[in-house]
Design a protein around this ligand. Structure first.
Ligand SMILES: NC(=O)NCCC(=O)O
Ligand SMILES: [Zn+2]
Ligand SMILES: [Zn+2]
Length: 512
């Protein structure tokens, strides 16, 4: 790994960052500046971490770092809405018995090398306590080298959880809560809890997110596979078919409609789930669908690899589906049925994956992607002609900023926006390899993939952190980004509620 893997307190001089790269004034010259709404040839001038001017032919004095972007795209840094860095369960007894290997420093360094400048991670409560979970994640994130935000998982329900949700929203800058409809006995919630959670989210202006799989049926499917003697990684896919993802997606959508609150479906992996989202959106319901890179570009064939470790590295939930789902998800992303792309970066190494050598139920669930997302989505969606460059910015950055209510501070190259910027060369190329990536993983589910386009420069918070294939990152430089409630998804909810109430033909006056 090329970045400075020092602890907190590392200073620029000890890692040899040249003064030109650490200048607080930057001028990006002559590139095509792309926002989700338009593209234009312009210069971009940055001072103290903020974009100060976007226009042609900006003239500056001395002491400004110049970056030539002629023939290249200048785009907002990627925003990954779905990561699990240093993920733990209950603080000590980690999710599926293990802790993810990429933490809030090296996982972020990998993200920066791939052009992502902000990620939103999932806080896992400790014994159900949101405050305890938040405190733990706040400590883990102290060494951050790039900006980050938090979603919060809800794993149990009582008065104190309901109160803590309010604290999260009003005092801690969290505006989204994830409900796991799977992982029975660990994180899974039931419909009653989901209903209470949806109501509470609505009252706080927070976005409800669901991991949509029928956890009871998955549990049954797992038993079925073991009874049939299917204990390897392929049993993972066979035990939780797409119909169970479709069922849970439909159920969550209907409950959100009943409550009249927006819903965000994380890691949409199947046609079954995507079609439920399409139907709901067509009817006017506010449902957001997030595919992840693995579901868009891979198929399940790796799970049948005769080598256990090779197969186990593809184990994630919902599973990577058989070929055909990936292409359908790409089309849905291109035509607006799905809105933004995450990674679900959840890194378990070979030793950890080997925990399930005799029983696929014990293989920790998760794949990488935080470093690869921007390149793979460019190659799969833009280079193939499925979407435009402006749409690329929308699905990798802007829409995420809008949904989580931090636009245009993030997700845009506009005067006043944070200087989180990439310079992207469409004529260069990338190659993914487990031996050169920046994750701590010893494997990579995209190992060997090549494609067109390359993130040549990443600027985060106004600093050049990635250039000439070299990382220059500082632990502690990343900021926590608070996300206010009542995003645009809540517009009109009150009017729809009033319409509903006035439409009720009740109460009926009855004579006794
Ligand atoms: N997706 C996965 O397999 N691991 C991370 C946890 C989750 O998002 O469900
Ligand atoms: Zn999930
Ligand atoms: Zn996840």
């Amino acid at each position: 790994n090329q970045f400075c893997d020092a602890g907190i307190g590392y200073s620029e001089s000890t890692c040899g960052i040249s003064s030109s790269l650490s200048s607080s004034k930057l001028l990006i010259k002559g590139g095509t500046v792309v926002n989700a709404h338009q593209q234009q040839i312009a210069d971009v001038y940055v001072e103290d971490g903020v974009i100060v001017a976007v226009q042609p032919n900006i003239k500056v004095g001395d002491g400004v770092t110049l970056l030539d972007a002629t023939g290249k795209y200048v785009m907002p840094g990627g925003i990954d809405p779905h990561t699990h860095l240093a993920m733990e369960y209950n603080g000590t007894d980690e999710f599926m018995g293990l802790k993810t290997v990429d933490d809030f420093f090296n996982g972020q360094a990998a993200a920066l090398a791939g052009g992502t400048t902000l990620h939103i991670d999932f806080v896992i409560p400790i014994n159900g306590s949101l405050v305890a979970g938040f405190d733990t994640y706040e400590k883990k994130a102290k060494k951050s080298c790039m900006d980050y935000g938090f979603h919060m998982a809800i794993t149990k329900w009582d008065e104190s959880v309901s109160k803590e949700m309010e604290i999260m929203v009003k005092e801690k800058g969290i505006n989204s809560f994830k409900f796991f409809m799977a992982y029975k006995g660990i994180l899974m919630i039931d419909d009653e809890l989901l209903l209470q959670g949806l109501k509470r989210c609505k009252s706080l202006g927070a976005l409800a997110m669901v991991h949509a799989e029928n956890g009871d049926a998955v549990f049954e499917g797992q038993k079925r596979m073991i009874e049939l003697g299917i204990t390897g990684p392929e049993g993972h896919a066979l035990s939780r078919p797409a119909l169970l993802e479709g069922e849970a997606t439909a159920r969550a959508i209907r409950l959100a409609k009943f409550v009249n609150t927006p819903l965000y479906v994380v890691h949409v992996m199947s046609i079954d789930a995507m079609e439920e989202i399409a139907k709901a959106r067509k009817s006017g319901q506010k449902v957001i669908g997030e595919p992840v890179v693995s579901g868009l570009v891979l198929d399940d064939s790796g799970l049948w690899d005769p080598d256990f470790i090779t197969a186990a590295k593809y184990v994630m939930s919902p599973p990577i589906r058989e070929s055909g789902h990936n292409k359908a998800l790409q089309t849905a992303l291109a035509n607006g049925v799905l809105q933004l792309v995450g990674t679900d970066h959840c890194a378990y190494n070979s030793t950890q994956k080997a925990f399930g050598i005799d029983d696929f139920r014990k293989i920790p669930n998760g794949v990488n992607g935080i470093e690869e997302r921007m390149h793979l989505i460019w190659d799969t969606m833009v280079e193939s002609g499925q979407i435009s460059v402006t749409d690329y910015v929308r699905i990798t950055s802007t829409e995420c900023a809008r949904i989580f209510n931090i636009y245009p501070r993030k997700g845009a190259i506009l005067v006043g926006s944070d200087a989180d910027i990439i310079i992207f060369n469409p004529n260069s190329s990338f190659k993914i390899s487990a031996s050169s990536h920046h994750s701590k993983l010893d494997t990579n589910v995209y190992d060997g993939r090549k494609g067109k386009g390359k993130v040549e420069v990443t600027i985060a918070g106004g600093r050049v952190v990635w250039k000439d294939d070299e990382l220059k990152v500082i632990p502690g430089f990343g900021k926590y980004i608070e996300m206010p409630p009542f995003s645009y998804l809540f517009n009109g909810i009150d009017k729809a509620d009033a319409r509903y109430l006035s439409s009720l033909k009740a109460p009926v006056k009855r004579f006794k």
